[in-house]
Design a protein around this ligand. Structure first.
Ligand SMILES: O=C(O)C(=O)C[C@]1(C(=O)O)C=C[C@@H](O)C=C1
Length: 404
């Protein structure tokens, strides 16, 4: 059993309902000055409790060569989904690459001091690029799906997880918004990555030889123009590196993959075309998740991500957003998602007798730090119109150059 700290975002006006996370004091992690942090937070506080919890224990073993279908396939009407087990055969070299963490492997950790960061996909996926951009010296831990990467952090198997949240061409990755709410992790950072897609094939293949191309649904959407010009079938798989690996293992000269140049190197494929995305400025934004929240500062530009559901009534969303507008706080993102547990709201209506509305959750990113009193006042004001509100995290804005 290891001693853990629990961090809870608290609003002084209402019961603490704003998120929950845990962290383990470690020599490699700078200790958090809670007293100092609490002073800064005023009403929206992040306080820590001490609890006992089991420590993660087992190494990552075993690979199941089955990649489940992806739910974003609805993005592409004409995309075929495949199980990679249908395409794979044995291959000595690629089996030496790191094996993905499976959902049933949550019992241990090597106790090593090196930062371990989970991501969904195989080695060579763009999300791994994002992990390495944020933590160049970390150990990357591939996971079979997003849920597994969340659980890996929650069960202390890894320190952090990185997941894609939106792309400048393909838009939001809705499932990951839902996962943020379903788990207790905190957003502690963001990474913006320029995605430069390549068309990959077996050595010696020309792009005219291809009859089908495999990739992640977002990548297929981002390269729609080129794929339409080539007039070839699209096959949706779990991630771009999985597509590259499948092309290699299947040994098919008529199937290509859309992936990054790092995946081409890793899986020994030729780059048949580069920069094949519809838009040159093709940027994916990733979130970094951790068990404990980051203590917000004023030392550089910060962003705060929140989620809330609204009270009933006309103009409530307008009033809710006014809480930020009145304080000159810029909103950089707004996303609405259905409130799955109670999707419909039935309201008495004098004219129609009964009216039904869909219930929504609103995810908002605003450009201010929780250390800024204006942000705290804005959240206090927002609370007048909300049924539920949770601070998902306050973190520095990624201002690094995405031009290469
Ligand atoms: O397939 C990969 O390589 C991923 O890391 C996933 C992903 C995504 O989910 O959007 C990441 C970046 C690109 O936008 C395309 C695919």
């Amino acid at each position: 059993m290891a001693l853990k700290d629990c961090s809870i975002w608290v609003c002084a006006n209402k019961a603490p309902q704003l998120g929950f996370a845990t962290f383990q004091p470690s020599s490699s992690r700078p200790s958090v000055n809670l007293k100092h942090g609490l002073e800064k937070f005023c009403k929206w506080e992040c306080c820590c409790l001490r609890v006992l919890s089991p420590r993660a224990l087992t190494p990552i073993e075993d690979e199941k060569h089955v990649v489940a279908g992806v739910d974003e396939s609805s993005l592409n009407d004409d995309v075929v989904e495949v199980q990679l087990s249908e395409l794979e055969g044995p291959h000595k070299d690629v089996n030496l690459l790191t094996k993905p963490l499976m959902a049933n492997e949550f019992s241990s950790s090597d106790g090593g001091a090196k930062l371990r960061v989970a991501y969904k996909g195989l080695p060579g996926a763009y999300t791994e690029d994002a992990v390495l951009k944020a933590y160049p010296k970390c150990e990357t831990v591939p996971c079979e799906d997003f849920e597994t990467s969340f659980k890996a952090v929650e069960s202390w198997l890894v320190d952090k997880a990185v997941l894609p949240i939106e792309n400048s061409v393909g838009g939001s990755i809705h499932r990951n918004y839902d996962l943020l709410l379903g788990h207790k992790l905190h957003i502690v950072g963001e990474v913006q990555l320029l995605i430069n897609h390549c068309l990959l094939g077996l050595a010696g293949v020309r792009k005219e030889d291809l009859k089908a191309v495999m990739s992640h649904p977002q990548a297929l959407v981002q390269c729609k123009k080129m794929l339409t010009d080539l007039g070839i079938a699209k096959i949706s798989v779990d991630d771009t590196a999985a597509a590259a690996k499948a092309v290699l293992l299947k040994g098919r000269k008529d199937i290509g993959a859309i992936a990054g140049s790092r995946a081409a190197n890793m899986y020994g494929l030729d780059v048949l075309a580069e920069g094949i995305q519809d838009d040159d400025v093709n940027i994916t934004r990733f979130l970094i998740l951790a068990r404990d929240p980051r203590i917000p500062g004023n030392d550089r530009p910060y962003k705060t991500s929140i989620v809330f559901s609204l009270d009933e009534g006309p103009g409530v969303l307008f009033k809710a957003l006014g809480a930020f507008a009145l304080r000159n706080i810029n909103l950089s993102k707004i996303e609405s998602r259905p409130l799955k547990q109670s999707p419909l709201r039935i309201v008495e209506d004098l004219i129609d007798e009964r009216a039904k509305y869909f219930e929504y959750l609103f995810y908002i990113d605003f450009e201010a730090s929780m250390a800024d009193p204006q942000a705290q006042y804005a959240l206090e004001n927002l609370q007048e119109y909300t049924k539920f509100i949770r601070v998902l995290g306050c973190y520095p804005v990624d201002k690094t150059d995405t031009s290469d």
